[in-house]
Design a protein around this ligand. Sequence first.
Ligand SMILES: *[C@@H]1O[C@H](CO)[C@@H](O)[C@H](O)[C@H]1NC(C)=O
Ligand SMILES: *[C@@H]1O[C@H](CO)[C@@H](O)[C@H](O)[C@H]1NC(C)=O
Ligand SMILES: *[C@@H]1O[C@H](CO)[C@@H](O)[C@H](O)[C@H]1NC(C)=O
Ligand SMILES: *[C@@H]1O[C@H](CO)[C@@H](O)[C@H](O)[C@H]1NC(C)=O
Ligand SMILES: *[C@@H]1O[C@H](CO)[C@@H](O)[C@H](O)[C@H]1NC(C)=O
Length: 944
Amino acid sequence: MVLAWFFCFGLVLVPAIAQSWATIPFSTQSLPIALRSPYLNSWLSQGKSTPFASNTWWPVFWTTSPPAQVMAWYVAIRVDGVMYNILGGDSLPHVANQTAAIITPTQTTFTLRAGLVNVNATFLSPIEPTDLVRQSMPFTYLYIDVNSADGQFHSVQLYSDISAEWLSGDRTMICNWTANINSDFISLQTQLQSPIPFAEIGEQALDTTAYLSMSKQASTTWQIGGNNRGVFNKSGILLGTQENNFRGISDSFPTFGIAVDLGNITQTSSPSVWLLGLLRDPVVQYTNGDGNKEMRSSYFWSQYATPLAAISFLLNDSSRVLDAGNAVDAKVRGDAQKISSPYADMVTMAARQAMSAIDITIKKESSGNWNTSDVKAFLKNMGSVGGPGVNSVDVLYSAFPAYLYFNPAIAGYLLSPLLEFQNSKQYALPYAAHDLGLAYPNATGNSNPHSEGIEQSANMLIMTLAHAQFTGDGTLISNYYTLLRNWADYLVNNALSPGAQTTSDGLTTANQTNLAIKGIIGIAAMAKMSTFAGDSTAATHYQTISSKYETQWRALSFLPNTSHLLSGYGSQSSSGLMYNLYSDKLLQLNVVPNSVYDAQTTFYSQNSNGTTSSPYGLAIDSSTPDKSRTDWMMLAASTASNTATRDALVLQIHNFVTAGVTSNSFPLMYSPTSANAAGGPGSPGQGAMFSMLIMNQSLKTPTVSPNTIPAAPHKKKVNVGAVVGGIIGGFVALAVVGFMAWLFRGRRQQVLSEKRNHSFEVDLDGEQRPVGFQLYPPDTADSSAVTFPYPLSPSSAGNIPAHSDYAGVPQGSEVGTNESRGSEYYGVRIKSGNDIGPSVSEVGTSESRGSEYYPVRIKSGSDIGPSVSEVGASTVPSDVSSTASRTHLMAPATQVLMAKQTLLNEELRTEVDNLRREMERIRSEREQGLDGLDDAPPSYGELS
Ligand SMILES: *[C@@H]1O[C@H](CO)[C@@H](O)[C@H](O)[C@H]1NC(C)=O
Ligand SMILES: *[C@@H]1O[C@H](CO)[C@@H](O)[C@H](O)[C@H]1NC(C)=O
Ligand SMILES: *[C@@H]1O[C@H](CO)[C@@H](O)[C@H](O)[C@H]1NC(C)=O
Ligand SMILES: *[C@@H]1O[C@H](CO)[C@@H](O)[C@H](O)[C@H]1NC(C)=O
Ligand SMILES: *[C@@H]1O[C@H](CO)[C@@H](O)[C@H](O)[C@H]1NC(C)=O
């Protein structure tokens, strides 16, 4: 792999010089070099071999794993006529001896000795969290200072170049270039001759323009070509020329070099500064709440009309940037040092990683003016833990502490597009989406059903509350109150009995304790938001349920004869990292009693004292002993009741980072036994390292005025007699049938007219409900059943009481929609509002085209409802099936035992059959040529 990097650049390996040097204050897997955006993101691999930056190594793209993509950024110094490498493995010159690498939250500095001068080369990726103009500028700085080692004058020239490897993962693509020689600065730019907007190869964007720039002094020279380094080697002065044969990136590697001759000096009075930028515009295409595609640009365009204007500003800003970087470093490390030194090291590693994964954007109004009050941020899920995707919700949840720490408003900019899209007609799932689009930078929405409904819905509620309480800004709660409540209702119906639902870890064990508690905390978060909204009925409702569920949850997972939480209900030998308790502490919700935290703390301490076989961490779950994650380790550590245990867990993460086993860019997933990386290089999820810095804050009370408060939940009185059972599968089947019937009323008018006045009841008392599918008897004896109007419609479903007593029973918005408890259910979508049935792609998948679709689930296998093959629902979207964590989509909830369906209306069975045939007919019609509705992608011209 290492050799491959060199051959990439057509260079020979320089033999390593055995010389000791240190990385200060800690050694790490990979050193951040330029981390400023998802695409301006390069690292210098370290690992065990710890070569000099100046020796054999090229910076590589964050992806790390083969084929490693070199991002050639080359730096050299010429001292008394002899040229030395500072960064990059060019074989031409000598190697400067590296004496240290120093890591801070914003900077990586190499200190070197080249001949008789000392050199400091500082790569600074600014973190300017409260200045959206600066924060959104994808530019990074290199500062070089030199002083004489022997007190004598030495003749010194400095040189830096980039190749066009920043432009594409396919290095045969043709690039072109321009030299911008201004009166006060030089900027060399290169781009693909045929850029492709929003597209990637090897995770690299294909629509970037790279700029290497420097302020102009009398002695500044430049050159574009294949042999700049040779020219510099000879004379220390470049020719001010460019080759004119535009060519492939790796075809005699055109390089873009700028040099400065410092003359005979004993030291530099101020550093020489290079500026590297990688610009795209627009940066994201986003499908907004109206279903329109918005072209979103980096925020800074509101201030600068051209790239060169921005570059000029940034070059003049360079000494302030260095001061600001030093101030951020001092603040972050100072805050973290109060926890511990190892902890400070972990936030040091995570800072640039979390901040560089996002683009902060605005859009142009039709007037042509930038709308800076509509700020949206987008996160590229680098490392792909939890699947790829834009603003991947579970990874955003991990990363959130960093944004809350640096500037909680950014947390809101990241939530805003997720909420807007899911609040629109384009999204019909009753639970929160996994992400906002399958591949960055296409935030075009993702309505695919998935098996992380509890995980993602709770994440959204927790993050929305966190944003509001850290900023005091209640706008998101006001704007999306109903949506948030829908998700809370989903949790009310599902969280206590997660069944086969998964977390982002893809664990498949049933009824995961850690997942259930996240859902229960999510409900408590909703109670808080309802309180802020002045909706006291709902607040009491959710608060009551949350605490009731917590009691039930504890009864299922925290058994008297065990010392810790089981990781699966009733699974006596199971244990795990209960990282989801973190949000209870963060938001000070007090859902879970301290006795549980204390027990977990003791349990963690017994397993993290260095004497076990897992020196680098605890397994996420006892069923996966070789799998851990830094984010979950840190969140778990944050919940420890004593500092000794907290520190021991942090030290394990630190051990992993410093073990030198992997050279990946601070990976998220790893083996706690071997410290091998298991995935997630470059993941923004490392923002979780900041979790301890945002705890015990005095939380703000946001001002919330909901645009709409849904009608308070109410109980309907029982209408005794028609259907008996207490059998949820049967109930759902009825609901589904009713719902489908209603949707197809245009076609089925006659049939339905006879049934309009029917009503059904479900007896909630009766048999024992097995663990994992508990029903809670009503408070009062006379309301032992609940009535559901028939036929079901979205509006009538919405009126069905959501009540804690009927946990496990599909309720409220869930009726006729999503209920997946019990046996096998399969999602189908049925189009409403007109008489056309679901199209091929719509049936059984996630496609939501055009008008309103309502997902419904249909039980298969048994004597009710159509089976999967009958409905054609077995077609799982390819993106879903390809992702390990989602392979359990709609899998049977194995732990859940279903009682027998005892009564089913024959008429309704017939109705299902009719509907099924209808759907088949429409499907075959569609297959015969009505497909192909995809819009053609916009041309580049349309975009600019
Ligand atoms: C690097 O260190 C070695 C060993 O001390 C020495 O021989 C060599 O000259 C040094 N190189 C430079 C560029 O200073
Ligand atoms: C390099 O940085 C170190 C640590 O900040 C400092 O002590 C040293 O003087 C610097 N050297 C140069 C050449 O500026
Ligand atoms: C480089 O290619 C881009 C995209 O095709 C084009 O807009 C630009 O004018 C080209 N630049 C030069 C110097 O040819
Ligand atoms: C994003 O969508 C465009 C079409 O608009 C497509 O060309 C591009 O490949 C997509 N990008 C990714 C990363 O999938
Ligand atoms: C700089 O130093 C070199 C020797 O290192 C000497 O040859 C040269 O004349 C000096 N130049 C100036 C401008 O002092």
